[in-house]
Design a protein around this ligand. Structure first.
Ligand SMILES: [Zn+2]
Length: 449
């Protein structure tokens, strides 16, 4: 493209996106301040249910208080916590065949319990056909990364796969540590098979020993009692019968990996948390709204949606009073697939919420990745399953920095973020003052599980 054309286009798009000065309530320095702290060195990646997550929640709570929000009805403060039990493996897993140690087993996921059994070799390519209690997969047509979800954990307790380069890459991606059960305190973990990957030589040797007595033990297993924290602020409206809006994000991220690498999570989801804070500030200014607005930053989204589940199990207000939920996730970079300056809304066509916000100026558009099921993959979904019109807005949902150490403040597109957050202020204000409710469209409401 010619340089002059580029300049003309830039000028044209700047004027489309410019906002009258008096209406500007979200500023870039303010947004930068929030993300710099939340995704900065002090909070070390806000690991789910860690003291760093609690510090992030305390920050959000302090902002809510500072901007004049109140504790939600039925609460005396701005945080809600839940006890979480997690298992952690300090040391290697031990795998033996006929009493002889197998070389370098890489434990992917486990129930935490020791396993013994007789080895069977499965050479097929359909994981649904796997039936033995302890199985080594010698077929090459099964994706070893998908096998855990495909087998019946009541029949198959241990699955042994080959540690291909893809398997090793994925292991690094999940943090170089096994997935172990994490539950609310006192809750039984859901059954799942234990998965172990073996290097080629050990794998081939074991696959040649059907009938071998296999034992897997986890000598370094420790049980940890953790606490996860939500931050909750409430903006009371003038009409208690009008229902409430819920504006939410998740404040946790992946924390510090076992190798010491900090996962800052600037986009995922310090960006959405900053948006919740800024929207709380903007909506708390000016004339009181008709509907109340609840602002929530959830803990432990990354570890299995614990914060959202705690909120739903112990809501400060009856869930039926929630008129709509807007979840904000990863708005730190623009999606090159979308029109410049816009966010996508997951499940856009399922309800009237997106078009209502858009009609009032929100920079939202439909989700270009329906095959990714993003509607089902964020904290909005648990509420949507309760019948509440609940959607997530995102920037670039398949951004290359997703769940990498490169997800840092330096990579954020702060001008885009600022405009995107600003664009939600008037539509939310309008909805809070409206008598109309967003509704599911025919077939749009998810079926409760
Ligand atoms: Zn994430």
């Amino acid at each position: 493209m010619h340089k002059l054309n580029t300049l003309l286009l830039a000028a044209a798009s700047a004027s489309i996106l410019s906002i009258p000065a008096q209406a500007q309530t979200v500023s870039e320095p303010s947004v930068r301040g929030h993300v710099s702290y939340l995704a900065g060195p002090a909070l070390r990646g806000r690991g789910s249910a860690t003291p760093d997550e609690a510090a992030a929640a305390a920050y959000v709570a302090a902002m809510f208080r500072g901007y004049g929000l109140q504790p939600a009805p039925g609460m005396t403060g701005y945080t809600q916590s839940a006890d979480v039990t997690a298992l952690k493996l300090d040391g290697p897993a031990l795998l033996t065949a006929n009493g002889v140690a197998v070389d370098a087993p890489l434990l992917f996921s486990s129930t935490g319990r020791p396993i013994t059994g007789t080895l069977s070799v499965f050479a097929g390519n359909d994981p649904k056909q796997i039936a033995g209690a302890v199985v080594i997969l010698s077929g090459t047509g099964i994706n070893p990364l998908r096998v855990a979800g495909a087998v019946d954990p009541a029949k198959t307790r241990l699955v042994i796969v080959r540690a291909t380069p893809e398997v090793r890459d994925y292991y690094q991606k999940i943090g170089g540590a096994p997935r172990l059960p994490r539950t609310f305190k006192g809750e039984a973990p859901s059954p799942r098979p234990t998965v172990v990957a073996l290097p080629d030589a050990a794998f081939d040797a074991l696959a040649a020993q059907p009938g071998a007595d296999i034992a897997l033990t986890l000598p370094g297993l420790v049980e940890q009692q953790l606490v996860t924290t939500n931050a909750i602020g409430w903006l009371p409206g003038t009409d208690p019968s009008a229902g409430m809006l819920l504006v939410s994000a998740h404040l946790d991220h992946l924390g510090v990996r076992p190798d010491g690498q900090v996962m800052y999570g600037a986009n995922d989801d310090a960006s959405g948390t900053a948006a919740v804070i800024e929207l709380a500030k903007a909506l708390a200014q000016g004339k009181k709204l008709r509907r109340s607005v609840l602002f929530v930053a959830y803990g432990s989204e990354e570890a299995g949606g614990f914060g959202a589940r705690k909120f739903i199990a112990n809501p400060p207000v009856p869930l039926e009073t929630l008129v709509a939920n807007l979840e904000i996730e990863m708005i730190g970079e623009q999606d090159p697939k979308l029109p410049a300056g816009t966010m996508m809304m997951t499940g856009y066509d399922r309800s009237t919420f997106g078009e209502t916000l858009k009609a009032h100026g929100a920079l939202v558009t439909a989700d270009p990745y329906p095959e990714q099921n993003f509607f089902q993959r964020s904290d909005n979904y648990a509420l949507a399953q309760k019948g509440i019109v609940a959607h997530t807005v995102s920037g670039w949902a398949v951004v290359p920095t997703y769940h990498t150490p490169e997800d840092t403040v330096e990579r954020l597109d702060l001008p885009f973020m600022t405009r995107a957050i600003q664009s939600l202020v008037a539509p939310l204000r309008s909805l809070a003052n409206s008598r109309a409710k967003p509704e599911w469209k025919p077939g749009g409401k998810p079926v409760a599980e």
